[in-house]
Design a protein around this ligand. Structure first.
Ligand code: SAH
Ligand code: SF4
Ligand code: F3S
Length: 475
């Protein structure tokens, strides 16, 4: 079960302790949840650096503790609640410390957070970060401060993020915010509000600046990047005439603009939505070597009835036809997915459809979760969370075990080939080794030699472990 737990918490569970950067007041900033949250934390750091804050890695030294939270599953929220106990201890020695909760859990709970947790001084939702200086001032004056107003326009387009990543090689760039999809299980539309796309010029500018600062990879972020559409004049997507729509920038065009910045700047993106992913995007990917051949295409379930109940907007057949298009246009493309087990009403047979779909696709990687009912969602209102915990768990184990087998097969198939790898830094296990990824997002580990972070090297994969290739440089 431990193994499932690790995978279940995989993408959403990571906390990042940010490195130290200039300024006199100290901010301890921690992020949970998806890459969008990590990217938002860089906006927060930028807003606060103007107020004289620098980030610190030591909680005890902080004047201000901010935790950027996730609400996607109950587990994610429990983790934050536990973490608050550590802040409580730190505050005991430093009573002037201000503690703020940011992000999706703050948005979901709003001022209820203050009732639940006397410790917390500030509650702020993802669209209200420009108000942070005011909120901090209020809190310093001894008042509790809340701003959870969601916006239809805010994209923070003009704010240059303070990069907080560890490697200086790979940067995240938000291209849109919010989500209009209303998948029935999902809390995101409630915590992040309506979908809006960011001005492509500001995106290209940010990516170019990252490249000039030494970054060699950008990941364009959105909950559904395929639905990106920007038209000037702040016009909303829904009211565009056909002509205006044709003149607007879509995701394929944006991707191309970013790819053209420099051939040595790798471009990745996340997340694709099967109902909206176009062949136009796939052709742009195929045309540019620096757009990575890797697609994260969450399926959630392999059964069409379950997909309908999830309100995903596609069937099993549609999904598989999208996979066929990827394989036809980019035979070497890596594909990963997200899977939920034990959604409301899911039968054994429907679960087996997910297993069979996995057998058909053979994903390189997957993030797998047990269904966790979220307040206010369509599923909570319409359906009963009626699959017993034990069955959710056993189905999760089945998908995890199968995925492990597929991941190993995928790794094996890449042994004996030469991979172009972007070096990200020392490997986890040894400083004598470096790690980086190939275009398909597979991690490779190899002896350090003369190479450093940000270099491109050709690595011959000679062996592999469950999720990693091991090799030697053949430049
Ligand atoms: N926008 C992305 C997903 C963002 S959330 C998309 O549409 O694919 C990341 C993943 O968390 C989802 O793909 C889903 O697999 C999982 N997830 C979301 N809500 C969940 C819930 N209530 N219970 C379990 N897993 C959930
Ligand atoms: Fe949630 Fe669906 Fe939007 Fe993804 S597309 S964030 S799963 S509502
Ligand atoms: Fe979590 Fe919010 Fe991302 S709920 S997954 S941090 S959008």
């Amino acid at each position: 079960m431990e193994q499932n737990k690790v995978i279940e918490e995989g993408r959403q569970g990571e906390a990042l302790h940010q490195p130290t950067r200039g300024g006199s007041k100290k901010l301890f900033l921690e992020s949970y949840g998806c890459q969008m949250n990590f990217s938002d934390s860089e906006i927060v750091a930028a807003i606060l650096s103007k107020e004289g804050y620098s980030t610190t890695q030591t909680m005890e030294d902080a004047d201000l503790i901010f935790v950027n939270t996730c609400a996607i599953r109950e587990n994610a929220e429990n983790k934050v609640r536990q973490r608050l106990q550590d802040y409580r201890k730190a505050k005991r020695n430093n009573p002037n410390m201000v503690i703020g909760v940011l992000g999706c859990m703050a948005e979901r709970l709003k001022s209820k957070f203050l009732e639940e947790e006397k410790l917390v001084d500030i509650v702020v939702g993802p669209d209200a970060y420009r108000d942070l200086p005011n909120l901090i001032e209020q809190a310093e004056g001894g008042q509790k401060a809340v701003n959870v107003i969601l916006s239809k326009e805010e994209t923070y387009a003009d704010i240059a993020p303070v990069r907080l990543d560890k490697n200086g090689v790979s940067a995240f760039v938000s291209i849109m915010r919010g989500c209009d999809n209303m998948c029935s299980f999902c809390v995101v539309p409630f915590t992040r509000g309506r979908e809006r796309s960011r001005d492509p010029e500001s995106i290209v500018k940010e990516c170019r600046e990252a490249f000039e600062a030494g970054y060699r990879e950008v990941t364009l972020l959105g909950q559904n990047v395929d639905s990106y559409l920007f038209s000037g004049g702040g016009l909303k997507k829904e009211i565009l005439t056909e002509e205006q729509r044709a003149a607007a920038t879509n995701f394929a065009q944006l991707l191309e603009k970013v790819a053209l910045i420099h051939p040595d700047l790798r471009v990745r993106y996340s997340t694709s939505h099967p109902k909206d992913m176009t062949d136009e995007v796939l052709h742009v990917m195929a045309r540019y070597d620096n757009i990575c051949k890797y697609i994260h295409l969450p399926v959630q379930s392999g059964n069409s009835k379950v997909l309908t109940d999830m309100n995903r907007g596609y069937s099993r057949e549609w999904y598989l036809s999208r996979i066929d298009s990827i394989r036809r246009i980019m035979p070497e493309c890596g594909i990963s997915t997200d899977i939920i087990t034990g959604f409301c009403g899911e039968t054994d047979e429907e679960h087996l459809d997910t297993i069979r779909l996995m057998e058909t696709v053979k994903y390189d990687y997957a993030f797998m979760f047990m269904y966790s009912e979220r307040p206010k969602t369509l599923a909570e209102r319409r359906f009963k969370d009626d699959v017993p915990e034990e069955i959710k768990k056993s189905r999760l184990t089945a998908v995890v075990n199968l995925q492990q087998k597929h991941s190993e097969e995928r790794i094996k198939a890449q042994i004996g080939k030469v991979h172009r790898v972007l070096v990200e830094g020392p490997s986890k296990r040894s400083n004598a080794m470096l790690m980086g990824r190939n275009t398909q997002n597979t991690v490779l580990v190899f002896p350090k030699g003369q190479f450093k972070s940000g270099d491109y090297v050709n690595v011959l994969a000679t062996s592999g472990t469950a999720a990693t290739l091991i090799g030697e440089v053949v430049n």
